[in-house]
Design a protein around this ligand. Structure first.
Ligand code: SF4
Ligand code: SF4
Length: 169
């Protein structure tokens, strides 16, 4: 694996106890988005800029960074209607159980001023429960690293066969 770039972002936040008000806000967000599903809302289009990213490189970079981009996750983790419909179907959960699963995924200690799912060791959601944004996004330094690695690898130029991994290990 190529050396991590010197300009890789870094997040060293402060952990605070799980906040019931934030959990409630997250659950209300899920309800609101799922209500959109009944109106036919399919959510925004999300595409990864590096669809064949190497999972090991992503995991190493995002672990070293600590989740700088997760600061913008707020109380919703970027989850929208489209994500929730897909995830509920994949996990075979009804709305009530889906809400309970997300509430249970919030750690006892979360990072202050970051995503509600940003715990001491990174994202507390399984990859299956993360939004398309979370699974597809790479910051500039990581994107450049991934694209450089792809160009120098023996498989460069071949069609992508691996779905973009989650950005956190
Ligand atoms: S994509 Fe990874 S390396 Fe870049 S800011 Fe997010 S967690 Fe950090
Ligand atoms: S990867 Fe996890 S912690 Fe980061 S923004 Fe997405 S849901 Fe939140």
């Amino acid at each position: 694996m190529a050396a991590l770039p010197a300009d890789l972002p870094s997040f060293r936040g402060r952990l605070v106890p799980r906040d019931p008000a934030r959990v409630k806000a997250m659950v209300l967000h899920l309800r609101h988005e799922l209500h959109g599903a009944s109106k036919g809302d399919r959510g925004r289009v999300v595409r990864s800029t590096v669809p064949d990213a190497d999972p090991a490189t992503v995991a190493a970079a995002c672990t070293a960074c600590g989740g700088h981009c997760c600061r913008k996750g707020g109380n919703d983790g970027f989850l929208d209607t489209h994500d929730l419909v897909r995830i509920a179907a994949a996990l075979r959960l009804n709305r009530q159980k889906l809400e309970a699963a997300y509430a249970a995924a919030v750690a006892d200690a979360t990072h202050k001023d970051s995503c509600i799912f940003h715990g001491a060791r990174g994202c507390t959601l399984s990859r299956e429960m993360r939004s398309r944004v979370c699974n597809a996004y790479y910051c500039g330094p990581l994107e450049r690293l991934l694209k450089g690695a792809a160009q120098s690898s023996p498989g460069a130029g071949k069609p992508a066969s691996v779905r973009a991994p989650a950005r956190r290990a």
